[in-house]
Ligand binder design. Structure first.
Ligand code: PLP
Length: 306
């Protein structure tokens, strides 16, 4: 049976499984204080060109979004996002469950535009009743967006500027960041993401890991971030599980290799990304591609096409 509905149908890249097996009987300390987490953090800082970054490993995307957003917002603030954004539309109210409103804004093909944020914030602060409203405390985007569209460097620069103007951190959900960075024609690099955002994550679950997201705060995490992760039940005792996986993903450019393979496979019409299939028109394209793939043979998301 062939499945084409998403990019997490398979387990993990064999190099990750091998490393987990090799290190299985090593005794290391818990809660992300082990040498593999330390090594992965160093490699991620180097890849991002952000030597002062704080890097934390969290099991899943919804968990990362809820923890990051709740840790950075003050109690009277909400998060601005495209109305189609993952936190707005596909997380069962996980953000609102932390006490923070998701304020949905108009989008263009899934992307949030700096002009839209500027208009919304200037109208907000001009409102005489502002003290009765939820304040904008942060901007959330995902790259690729829910429609599979990509931000350009200029668009990220403009978003970053408007966020600074209104003293809001810019948060990029990178559940599929690898694909955005490997996409043909993009001018956005990992270093750009680290330079232009205040927090982002490097998705592992959808890019070859068994599970796990690396949350990166290029200029440092909020105080007591680890305790907040713990409070939300997301601090893994066996933190090595995530550290080992990201250590492997950031060795010999494996993360880029997996991402490139996905882009090339997708270009051949052999597999499609779940996040690219939300609009009916897009969905039809996706179904056609999946049909073609079914005729052409077996696809391995993590390795070569056979
Ligand atoms: C952009 C984005 N963010 C977050 C998530 C949620 O991730 P998880 O399913 O690990 O909670 C997804 C899931 O597909 C996603 O596409």
């Amino acid at each position: 049976m062939l499945y084409f509905e998403n990019d997490y149908c398979e387990g993990a890249h064999p190099a990750i499984l091998q490393k987990l097996t090799e290190t299985n009987f090593e005794k290391v300390s818990g809660y992300g204080t082990d040498p593999y987490c330390a090594s992965a953090r160093e490699k991620i800082r180097a890849a991002c060109g952000a030597p002062d970054a704080d890097v934390w490993f969290i099991s899943g995307g919804t968990q990362s979004n809820a923890i990051v957003i709740a840790s950075m917002l003050r109690r009277w603030e909400g998060v601005l996002a495209a109305s189609t954004g993952h936190v707005a539309a596909h997380e069962a109210g996980a953000i609102e469950f932390t006490g923070h409103k998701v304020i949905g804004l108009p989008h263009t093909n899934g992307k949030l535009d700096a002009g839209t944020v500027e208009d919304w914030c200037s109208t907000f602060y001009a409102d005489g009743n502002v003290d009765h409203l939820v304040f904008p405390g942060m901007v959330y985007i995902s790259h690729p967006s829910e429609y599979g569209t990509l931000y350009t460097k200029a668009e990220l620069e403009a978003l970053s500027a408007v966020c600074h103007k209104y003293h809001m951190p810019l948060f990029m959900d990178g559940a599929r960041l690898g694909y955005g960075l490997a996409a043909e024609g993009t001018n956005v690099t990992l270093a750009d993401v680290a330079r232009l955002t205040d927090v982002f994550y490097i998705g592992g679950t959808k890019v070859g890991a068994l599970c796990g997201e690396a949350v990166v705060f290029p200029h440092g995490a909020p105080a007591h971030f680890m305790t907040m992760v713990k409070q939300q039940g997301a601090l893994l005792a066996k933190g090595r599980l995530l550290g080992i996986q990201f250590d492997v993903l950031f060795t010999d450019d494996l993360y880029q290799t997996i991402s490139k393979n996905a882009i090339e496979t997708g270009r051949k019409g052999l597999f499609v990304l779940h996040g690219f299939a939300h609009e009916s028109g897009v969905h039809r394209v996706v179904q056609r591609a999946a049909g073609r793939a079914g005729r052409q043979g077996q696809v391995r998301l993590l390795g070569e096409v056979r």
